[in-house]
Design a binder for this molecule. Structure first.
Ligand SMILES: NC(=O)c1ccc[n+]([C@@H]2O[C@H](COP(=O)([O-])OP(=O)(O)OC[C@H]3O[C@@H](n4cnc5c(N)ncnc54)[C@H](OP(=O)(O)O)[C@@H]3O)[C@@H](O)[C@H]2O)c1
Length: 323
């Protein structure tokens, strides 16, 4: 059997976990790793190249770079491979949050269930029901859910944060103060929200870089931590304005659709999502014909993300390759 030749871009937490899963499989082989300082071979020996010479030998690419800025760098990498017909599995969020319409043109050669967490269940659920959606109710950030879940159980913010840091749940950031840490996670929610909105295919697309980035002030963060038992991080996307009475929501509007991102009272969240434990994420889909679909899965976990990417890869590799 010919082994599928895999390329990993970005050898951080997720990139290393994906590389280990590839190496443990009998049908895949790590062919190259693209890092900031150059291209490495499958044994992680540094070559002299900055580009891969024999691109036609590659069967699949795993995009595992840090989500930075508007994702232009990740986007360029993705397009470079996808336009050669090479499938790309993505967990990086900034490219899809800013170049969704362009990436969508690549069709079935990209997969990105790992971008929005919950073990990859949220994106496929939105795709499945999108033509019937009245509103989506989302818990999109495992780290924020973890912190507020722990504080609800009586832990201090500092203790919950130390635990999240130890477990590797935090998005990469140089900043260490409360406000920056929470707002870095809030940016992650923002990217995932805009991506979820675009996946709905409402007829208009949004790009994070065209919108005001939502952030919480120090005063708001202090208040949310002080009343942690009452609040939960929350997103709602719907054809009507939210009924939640929260001062901690940021609202966007696009051609009939309201997008709310922030924190609301736990009493205002649909039951199955209100008490999600640890790093769990989920989506509640309310349809125009009165259906209510709930999908839940673990978020903010490197191994879960890596396994979700491998599942996406299996699916892409089973499709006929576009030339
Ligand atoms: N951690 C999770 O549980 C999780 C879950 C879902 C999605 N994600 C997404 O997965 C991606 C990777 O997360 P991670 O936890 O593995 O992050 P990470 O440990 O910080 O590693 C990301 C890697 O990206 C590369 N990189 C960093 N800055 C770069 C730059 N300026 N230009 C080019 N490459 C750069 C580096 O690779 P080299 O060191 O090889 O140069 C770095 O090791 C992120 O986009 C994140 O949002 C993570």
């Amino acid at each position: 059997m010919k082994l599928k030749q895999c390329v990993v871009i970005g050898y951080g937490n997720v990139g290393q976990a994906v590389a280990s899963l590839i190496s443990a499989r009998e049908d895949m082989e790590l062919y190259r790793v693209i890092r900031r300082d150059g291209v490495y071979d499958g044994n992680l020996q540094r070559g002299s190249d900055t580009l891969i010479a024999n691109i036609e030998l590659i069967d699949i690419v795993f995009m595992c770079m840090t989500s930075i800025g508007d994702g232009a760098l990740a986007y360029d990498h993705i397009v470079q491979f996808a336009k050669e017909g090479i499938p790309v599995v993505i967990c990086e969020k900034a490219a899809l949050a800013n170049f969704y319409p362009e990436l969508k043109m690549l069709g079935s050669s990209i997969a990105y269930s790992a971008t929005v967490g919950a073990a990859g269940v949220i994106i496929p659920a939105i795709q499945k029901y999108r033509s019937d959606v009245l509103s989506l109710h989302l818990i999109l950030n495992g780290t924020l859910n973890f912190l507020w879940y722990r504080m609800r159980r009586g832990e201090t913010f500092e203790k919950a944060l130390a635990c999240a840091q130890f477990k590797g749940y935090l998005e990469t950031s140089k900043e260490t103060d409360r406000e920056s840490i929470i707002n870095t996670e809030f940016l992650d929610v923002f990217r995932k929200t805009i991506l979820s909105f675009n996946v709905l295919e409402t007829g208009s697309y949004l790009r994070c870089r065209d919108l005001e980035v939502p952030s919480l002030s120090k005063k708001e963060i202090d208040k949310l931590i002080h009343s942690a038992t009452h609040f939960r991080p929350y997103v709602e996307i719907g054809l009507h304005k939210t009924r939640c009475m929260s001062q901690f929501l940021r609202t966007y509007y696009s051609k009939g659709w309201y997008i709310h991102i922030g924190f609301v009272s736990v009493l205002e969240i649909d039951g199955s999502l209100a008490h999600l434990k640890d790093t769990f994420n989920g989506v509640g889909i309310f349809t125009k014909v009165g259906q209510r679909i709930i999908e839940i899965g673990k978020g903010a976990h490197v191994n879960v993300t890596a396994h979700t990417m491998i599942r996406d890869a299996e699916r892409l590799l089973s499709l006929p390759r576009s030339s």
